[in-house]
Design a protein around this ligand. Structure first.
Ligand code: PGA
Length: 308
């Protein structure tokens, strides 16, 4: 078999240097990379100094307190991600050949799904105790960015991109419901409320970039109603607190209420046209080499997790 000789650069740089470099670039911070890799900051700086000497140019620009990749840094980042991805794929194959499901699963989910995904992961890890899991939770806009950058194995999101560059399949219902404080005046109205009632109330909405927000805005737009936005908040927890304190009403995923609905300070209102259906899908970029662990997780959720 032909044996490709390592390039001159490959003979000089170490895997550790690449790992440190990748972590800094991904976290955009030397400090966070040091924390992630359990290294001291001087060690991280030393590894990067050596890597830069080996490559023959600088890889980061330091502007104020921020670090940015230089053009060469960006190219090295792409190559490094490729190397790490191949290695993790190899890790899965090797584990599978040994007849055990071990390895690493990187799952990224929309903020709202943080009330759902950990349960599925818990069950999955019980079945495959050798698997390590990392769960990234962020809003829809960031999940789409991560998907385009191919940063994770699998993604859970409502309304995924519908084109041939992505493979997504239905995962589970995600009803979006109207909530108010349990003593809010609308809770005393007889019969179902209408979208018009809701549009006249002070409304607490998620931040720009949230999928829940766009589903809500689209819904009211289709009803030819504009919302009376009182406050914009970046988390479902903060929204529930604001609603509980009587500041107004909101629309959230019913999953976010699973723990408190029964006797909590917040109740679901019966509103015509609600819940809005905003199902979650699970998937990955087309053409991605799914690891054995990721494939196993996909099978697992499709077999076991179709119910809410
Ligand atoms: P969000 O996303 O957490 O960004 O609101 C919800 C979704 O896309 O289902």
């Amino acid at each position: 078999m032909d044996r490709p000789l390592p390039s001159a650069l490959a003979r000089r740089i170490s895997f550790r240097q690449l790992q440190v470099f990748e972590s800094i670039a991904r976290n955009e911070s030397f400090t966070r990379a040091a924390e992630e890799l359990f290294l001291t900051q001087p060690t991280v700086s030393m590894q990067i100094k050596k890597l830069q000497e080996n490559v023959g140019t600088t890889l980061f620009d330091h502007i104020g307190k921020k670090v940015f990749l230089t053009e060469t840094g960006k190219e090295l980042f792409k190559s490094t991600r490729g190397i790490l991805e191949h290695l993790s794929y190899f890790e899965m194959q090797a584990s599978d050949l040994q007849g055990m499901k071990a390895g690493h699963l990187r799952l990224a989910v929309v903020t709202t799904a943080k009330y759902y995904a950990p349960y599925k992961l818990g069950l999955f890890c019980q079945q495959y105790p050798g698997i390590e899991v990392s769960l990234k939770v962020t809003n829809r806009e960031r999940i789409l960015e991560r998907l385009h950058q191919n940063e994770d194995d699998l993604y859970i999101i409502g309304q995924p991109p519908e084109d041939k560059n992505h493979c997504f399949t239905y995962l589970v219902e995600n009803p979006l419901v109207v909530i108010a404080a349990k003593d809010y005046h609308l809770t005393r109205v007889q019969g179902p409320l209408t979208a018009k009632h809701i549009a006249t109330q002070p409304f607490i909405i998620r931040e720009l970039g949230s999928g829940t927000r766009s589903a809500v805005e689209n819904y009211f737009r289709r009803c030819n109603l504009s919302l009376n936005i009182k406050m914009e908040l970046g988390s479902n927890e903060a929204i529930k607190h604001a609603v509980a304190s009587g500041l107004g009403v909101s629309v959230v995923s019913r999953h976010t209420l699973s723990m408190e609905l029964r006797n909590g300070p917040v109740v679901e209102l019966d509103v015509d046209g609600f819940p809005i259906s905003w199902p979650w899908y699970i998937g990955y970029p087309a053409g991605k080499n799914l690891s054995v662990v990721a494939k196993t997780f996909l099978d697992f959720v499709h077999k076991k997790a179709i119910k809410t």
